[in-house]
Ligand binder design. Sequence first.
Ligand SMILES: [Fe+2]
Length: 280
Amino acid sequence: MWPMWSNEIIKGAGLGLRTAFIEEIYDYNLKPNWFEVAPENWIKKGGYLKKLFEKIRQDFPFICHGLSLSIGSPDPINFSFLKELKDFLDYYEIKLYSEHLSFSYFKGSNTYDLLPLPFTKEVADNIIEKLKIVQDFLNRQIAIENASIYLILEKEMEEYEFIQYIIENANCKLLLDINNVYVNSVNHGFNPYDFIDKINPEWVMYYHIAGHDRIEENLIIDTHGQNVIDEVYDLLRYTLETIGNKPVLLERDNNIPPYKELLKEYKKVKDIVENEKKFV
Ligand SMILES: [Fe+2]
């Protein structure tokens, strides 16, 4: 049996590590508690950036958030990628790894997108079988992230039931993206607080929070390119109170502001997490 998730590895608020500001991390007194990194962005990096990455790894806890596992794909698992991933996680002693509950590959072609899944038992069973193999291969309990969904395909069950069925049968964890819950609630017209109420605290490894672009009144695109809006911060506070105080990661992948500005947003997340009394 592989090592299970432990909440001792990361605490409080973390930040997604990006090359846009990697050189500035030591320039300010305020430093993130931990960083989340996309292994695909670093596996093949060399030279100066790799040296800096290794220095930061020595000084901070890291967790990994993958981009190309494509766990929901009908395609077979890509074991050569999985081997590169395991070597990376082992070399940098990164115990936690999460991925998206979506798919990118179809019949061998990479769509370079995180596509929505039909909420069916057949799709869930395929994911469960693959998750068991991936967790065995990586020798880690991993987390799957609830996606931002623009198109609901076939639906035999609700999203939370789909998540529950997978988590309970694959013995994995949930990366609960609060912004994705909010985005889906606007785009598909449901109450995001009801969704949070259906999440079992025992499922959750950590949370994501991010900004988005509102295109129309009932259409939001999950760009990670803006500051987090107040409604999403309110949903985060509610989640911390009801599900529990677990680590929170601020994602900023596009339209990245100067690092000093980004640190202000990070500080806001950090203050919210640290002011919650109820630690789980
Ligand atoms: Fe996310």
